[in-house]
Design a protein around this ligand. Structure first.
Ligand code: FES
Ligand code: FES
Length: 158
């Protein structure tokens, strides 16, 4: 089945089994290996991408579901100032260790701050509740999000 969709700002069309997972199509057909496979069961968030601005776990999305939609992966976000601010803030808060979970966290944090530029701790916890990190404490990640909210104040409100 041919599926057309927007990927990181570009219209694309690709032939793939409609039942295949979005995660596999992104990695195998487009080489977007920043989208990681962790649990493969929708529990760790390593495979998170934005689908029409919403965070989804791409290991749970059948590829046919992206027809006509817009997907943004960590590779697409990397070109933005928002990405730079989130990454630097997480690093400065000491919340990046092995880095495996980081792309998924960045996707969730980006979606949060775009919708809620000044979140409370509870809202941050909720926004990252679909992401697992086995290395750092979640408080450091929350501190990183708050730093990013402050440093990018004007950008998030734009
Ligand atoms: S690999 Fe998709 S949520 Fe873990
Ligand atoms: S930094 Fe290693 S899993 Fe999060």
């Amino acid at each position: 089945m041919k599926v057309r969709f927007k990927l990181n700002g570009e219209e694309v069309e690709v032939e793939a089994n409609p039942a295949s997972r979005l995660l596999d199509v992104l990695r195998e057909k487009f080489g977007l290996i920043g989208v990681k496979e962790g649990c493969g069961e929708g529990e760790c968030g390593a495979c998170a991408v934005l689908l029409d601005g919403r965070v989804v776990h791409s290991c749970l999305v059948p590829f046919a579901n992206v027809m006509g939609k817009e997907i943004i992966t960590i590779e697409g976000l990397r070109k933005t100032e928002e990405y730079r601010i989130i990454e630097e803030s997480l690093l400065d808060a000491g919340s990046v260790q092995c880095g495996f979970c980081t792309p998924g966290f960045v996707i969730s944090i980006y979606a949060l701050l775009k919708n809620n530029p000044n979140p409370e701790d509870k809202e941050i916890r909720e926004a990252i509740s679909g992401n697992l990190c086995r290395c750092t404490g979640y408080q450091m990640i929350i501190d990183g999000v708050k730093l990013a909210a402050k440093r990018g104040e004007k950008l998030w409100k734009a």
